[in-house]
Every structure is written in C-alpha cells, then in structure tokens.
Ligand binder design. Structure first.
Ligand SMILES: Cc1ncc(COP(=O)(O)O)c(C=O)c1O
Length: 490
C-alpha cells in the first residue's frame, strides 16, 4: 500500500475511508472548509487541495453557496463479478447499523419483511408443545441437571447423525457439540479458529451476522465474489488463499442468505480440498440445508470433508421454532477448542430443550413437516417475486432463490436503500438495506425481503408501499409498462 506523502493526501485518504465505511453517505454535507482546516490544523488551501482530489475522483461535489456533498454514485462500488479477483481485507463496522435496522423492524404494526423468519402458523408448535409437556412430566430430574460442563443429549446426537447417513461423509458423535442456537455455534467456531487481526474470507454479499461476528472478534473480512446461483466463487477463493493470509472461510453454501444460491457439489468438493490443503478452516452455516426447493436435500461442504477441517453449524430455528434455541456444530478436529469456547461463553445447552428436539425428531414428524414448510416457502418466494415485479421501479433485478426464505433485490443505481429506510418504517414496512451485507459499503442499491409469511393482502400492500417509495427515488425515465424488464440474476 502506498502511504500519502502530503498533508492534503492524508486528509483526502481519511475522508475517503469515512465515505467508504458509510459514515458519510450520499447527499451528506462535509464539514466546512474552515472547520476542517481548524480541526486538522491545516491551511485552507491544503484542505481545498484535498477536496479537489476527491471531487476529481467523483467522490464529492461542490454545490455553490452550500459546500461539499458526497456524490450519489460514490458509495456504490461496482457489484463484484463472480470471476473477479477479491479485494483487500477490511475491518468490519456494521453492528450498530444492523441493530438499528433490526430494532426498527420490530416496531408494532410494521410489515415483517426484515427478519428472516417463518410465520408461526407454519411451524409445528402444537406438536412441540405436546412433546414439551410430556418431557417435563416424564423427566422432572432434567431441572436438576445444572452442570458447568457441556452434556450433550445422546438421543439428540443420534438423531443428528441419522440425518446425515446419506452424505458421502456423515457426521460423527466425536465431533458434535449441541449449542444454544446457530448464532452461538458460529460465534464459538469463529473464536475457536482465529486470533484478533486475522483475515476471514466471506461471501459478498454476506449474511450480516457473519460480519458482526468478525467485527466483535476483531477480525478483517475479505469479501469473495459470488454467483447468484452457485454462490461463492471457488476461483476467487483460490486466488485469495494463495499467500496464506486467510485463516478461515465463513459461508452459507446451501440456500445462502441473502442470495438463496446453492453451491454445486463439485464446487463444494473443490472448496473442501483447497481449504484443507491450504490450512484455511471452513465454518459452514447449513441452517437452510433442509429448506431447499429442489427434489433432494443438498449435501453440505462437510459431506466432502476428509480431514476434519470443516466446522458444520446449524439449528432448528428456521425449521421448528427459534424459541427452542437448539443448534449444533460438527466441529471436526477443532472440537476441543469449540468446547472450551462454549464453557467460557455460555456453559451447557438447555437439557430440557435438547430432549424435546430429540423426541420430536424420533416421532418421524420432522420430514413431513419440512415437506410442507418448503412448499409454503417456495410459494411465498414466488408471490413476493411477482409483487416486486408489479410494484418496484423498472430495471429492478432480483434473485431466483433455490431455498431459504429471503429475496435479494437490486434496484437502479440511484436508489439508496439505507437513506430510505426511515421513511419505509414510517410507512410501516421494514426490510434490510443492502449495505449491511458488505464490510466495504457495497450494495447500497440493494435490499433483502423476508418471504417467511403467507402472502396476504396486507403483505401485498406493504410491498406496494415500499415500491412507491423506491420509485420516488428513481430518477430514471419510466419505461412503458409493456417494456419493463424485470430481469432475474443469472
Ligand atoms: C444464515 C443464517 N444463519 C443463522 C441464523 C440464526 O440462527 P439462530 O436463530 O439459530 O441463531 C440465521 C437467522 O436468520 C440465518 O439466516
């Protein structure tokens, strides 16, 4: 990296980083020249020179009598091409913005298009309640089982192994740890295999929780380009891991969040081999593996793991109920580090809930329930896609998810979904702005919609209101309705 030699270059670089991190957004006014000069102990002409450099680079613009403003095109970097070389690792700073969006999305009366959650009417709550009552009645001693060490329920471990027997490499009891959720499993794995300052490869766009986990552990993110159908680019990962700077790779290979892509088996096989050879630990989040829309459950990367290098995480939050808070990790050769992290973070996992999930799985009802749930989700995603095509501005593009319950939407360049968020909440509709899926401020013209709810007239109306808001921001000339090209990612 070239270090600035002049004071004006230093100031220009600092302002660039502030803009890239999203702390100064398109349309925001920069502090005045006098204020910058006085606060940075620089002359007015040095400040002007720095601003001129940013202006020439198209990052800011001068408006007569008003000052300098961040340009609307500046915050959006080009969307990465799945074949392109990855960029430099960057520190992560998304958590505060994620928390703000999630809090706002919980406001009563706001249409639930932000959280990736199924409507509770689609979950087998009555059956789970029956199992729960029966477990509590038959096993009163579970209430006494408080221990400081992790005790994994053998019946649950057995069920997890049974569910993987069709994979080329099934899970084994010696590598499993039951956790309080998939979030906990991922957090333990990240801490088990990295040290602060390390670089972790993530998908671009990446599920914002992954970025938050890196941020809280003091790690840098290296954003790897993805393809909307096949997920993370193996070629780009190959390039990124050549020089040994990547410690781990964190990804959702099956029905990724937010793209809904499923990585082909051949890519999974290559990824497992490449990372094992290069000593890059793989943390795989397979929470949507059972929520595919195809005819057969896609294998996880873990199925191709020959060396214990893959940490395979999941939970029953999306399939049965988030309230169970039961997840797990098959941690391969990293199990003892994960167990240690668990002991010092949360202690053992709720013994009653472990037994409830084990007994529910033993009834055989899970597969029947999942067939129905997958069908509902696939229909809801279709209905959401049709509504986006009806109401969003022309030239909007969207994914064709192969599983999961979210839809990723790419809007015309001039639309800034972060800037619009508060107005959407005021119109009682939530979503997740695209920039929260990038450590480097990409995807400001994108957003993610939850499709976990039955597509009622109320949801349709929420998508219509959101479309109207977005259309107000689109400055492009509307096409005649018949020419509108609502293309899909390919
Ligand atoms: C990809 C992915 N992983 C993990 C989670 C969180 O799972 P849990 O509720 O079990 O922590 C989510 C929730 O949206 C998710 O989308």
């Amino acid at each position: 990296m070239v270090h600035p030699t002049h004071l004006y270059e230093q100031l220009a670089d600092d302002l660039k980083s502030i803009i890239a991190a999203g702390n100064l957004r398109p349309g925001d006014r920069l502090p005045s020249v006098r204020r910058l000069a006085s606060e940075r102990h620089l002359s007015v002409s040095t400040v002007l020179q720095a601003l001129r450099q940013l202006e020439e680079g198209g990052l800011i613009e001068a408006r007569p009598q008003s000052g300098y403003f961040v340009c609307h095109t500046s915050a959006r970097r080009p969307q990465p091409d799945a074949r392109s070389t990855p960029e430099e690792p960057v520190p992560v700073d998304v958590s505060q913005r994620v928390m703000r969006v999630l809090q706002a999305g919980r406001k009563p009366g706001v249409a639930p298009l932000a959280f990736a959650l199924s409507d509770t009417t689609l979950l087998p709550l009555a059956a789970l309640q029956r199992v729960y009552s029966s477990v509590v009645r038959r096993h009163p001693r579970l209430l006494e089982s408080g221990m400081h060490i992790q005790i994994d329920n053998p019946a649950l471990i057995r069920q997890l192994i049974l569910r993987s027997v069709g994979w080329p490499g099934p899970l084994s009891a010696g590598e499993l740890v039951i956790t309080n959720s998939c979030t906990e499993a991922l957090a333990l794995c990240v801490r088990a295999v990295t040290r602060p300052g390390d670089t972790v490869a993530v998908e671009s766009p990446a599920y914002y929780l992954m970025l938050q986990l890196l941020e809280s552990a003091g790690l840098k993110a290296l954003e790897i380009p993805t393809d909307p159908r096949s997920g993370l680019s193996i070629e780009a990962l190959e390039l990124a891991t050549r020089d040994g700077r990547v410690t781990a790779c964190l990804l959702v290979a099956n029905a990724s969040n937010p793209l809904g892509s499923i990585m082909p088996d051949e890519h999974k096989r290559r990824l497992a081999k490449l990372t094992a050879e290069r000593g890059v630990a793989v943390i795989e989040d397979d929470i949507f593996g059972d929520l595919h829309f195809g005819s057969a459950r896609p294998w996880p990367i873990k199925a191709f793991d020959k060396t214990g290098n893959v940490l395979h995480c999941s939970s029953f939050s999306k399939s049965l109920s988030p309230a169970l808070a039961i997840g797990y990790v098959a941690a391969g050769r990293y199990r003892s580090q994960v167990v240690l992290q668990k002991a010092i973070t949360s202690g053992p996992t709720n013994a009653i809930m472990q037994q409830v999930v084990a007994e529910y799985l033993e009834t055989g009802a899970y597969d029947r329930h999942m067939r129905l749930l997958r069908r509902h989700h696939a229909q809801q995603v279709d209905a959401m896609r049709a509504a986006v095509a009806r109401y969003f501005p022309a030239a909007t593009r969207m994914t064709e998810p192969q599983g999961g319950l979210v839809l990723w939407v790419e809007l015309p360049d001039e639309i800034d979904t972060s800037a619009l968020f508060d107005r959407a909440i005021a119109s009682d509709v939530a979503y997740v702005p695209g920039e929260l899926f990038s450590a480097s401020g990409m995807y400001r013209n994108c957003l993610r919609l939850n499709c976990g709810n039955p597509f009622t007239p109320a949801i349709d109306d929420a998508v219509r209101r959101l479309g109207a808001l977005l259309a107000q921001q689109a400055t492009m000339i509307p096409l005649p309705v018949s020419d509108r090209g609502y293309s899909c990612f390919r």
